[in-house]
Design a binder for this molecule. Structure first.
Ligand SMILES: O=C(O)CCC(=O)C(=O)O
Length: 281
């Protein structure tokens, strides 16, 4: 059975820039993915929200399987079409009572992907609630021109890597909260304004966001690798990524975490040597 979005949800995605909630994983599958992440934390003593924050699908085998999950891809296909690549993934963890928040921003501001056929599937690995800091969006903001961003105040608890935020005030009265049950997901457009408040609950909040692109999308800058997960790549704009054979393979971790700002990935011989075409989805 397919998990394609209904016509009303596709219309909502086009009009408002999001679809939510969308079924994705069973509660058991969500618990299994969570356990893969938390088991890694227990074994390594490391903080997953830092160590596998970026492209975790190349670091943990369970996440590599997750990016090919048929139900997730069916829903993504409804908005991107049949050819789908994973350009990135991000793990967002907010601990109980954590002041960390995600400032209002547009992903398009700093990803450098064009055109905007780019959608994030944010999968709730614990339920995502108003109390624990569910994500919020401004419906329709994906149709606004690209907006200016600025650095957040030094010492602020903004979780974004770039420590940036929208340069103007947001009318939060317009915001829609993405309340999700464990295993449900939201889909959001790369240009939609979004953010999330701190976790005021006694439990953890954890979401895994997979960044899907259509193969005709191009990357400005140097983060240009991606993994084909469904259909065909007729363009070759992204360097293929290595296929992990085990959790935290040191060579693959080096591939993912090499500092940005150097050579484009496609032109970097060390990364090119590591890259192999991923098996078709
Ligand atoms: O997890 C959050 O609260 C924010 C996630 C986010 O900014 C994103 O997935 O683009």
């Amino acid at each position: 059975m397919t998990n394609a979005l209904g016509a009303d949800q596709v219309a909502q995605y086009r009009r408002d820039g999001y679809a939510c909630p969308v079924p994705a994983l069973s509660a058991a599958e969500a618990a299994e993915v969570r356990e893969a992440i938390e088991g890694f934390e227990r074994r390594s003593g490391l903080v997953a929200g830092h160590v596998i924050r970026n492209k975790g699908h190349l670091k943990l085998m369970r996440l590599y399987r997750l990016i090919r999950h048929e139900a997730i891809l069916d829903a993504v296909e409804s908005v991107l079409g049949p050819d789908i690549m994973v350009w990135g993934s991000s793990l967002f963890v907010k601990e109980a009572g954590d002041p960390a928040y995600v400032a209002w921003h547009q992903d398009s501001y700093y990803w450098g992907l064009e055109p905007d056929d780019v959608v994030s599937a944010w999968i709730a690995l614990y339920p995502s609630t108003l109390e624990n800091g569910a994500m919020r969006v401004i419906p329709g903001s994906h149709k606004m021109p690209q907006m200016a961003h600025r650095k957040s105040a030094p010492g602020s608890a903004n979780m974004l890597f770039t420590h940036e935020e929208l340069a103007e005030d947001v009318d939060e009265a317009q915001a829609v909260d993405f309340v999700l049950g464990q295993g449900q997901m939201s889909l959001h457009h790369v240009k939609i304004l979004h953010g999330s408040p701190p976790n005021r609950s006694p439990g953890r909040r954890m979401g895994y966001a997979i960044r899907f692109v259509a193969p005709h999308v191009r990357q400005r800058g140097d983060m240009n690798s991606a993994t084909l997960v469904r259909g065909q790549d007729r363009y070759g704009y992204f360097a293929p990524e290595p296929v992990p054979a085990r959790d935290m393979d040191p060579a693959i971790v080096a591939f993912v975490d090499a500092p940005l700002g150097g050579k484009p990935w496609k032109e970097d011989p060390a990364r090119a040597a590591l890259g192999r075409v991923a098996p078709p989805g």
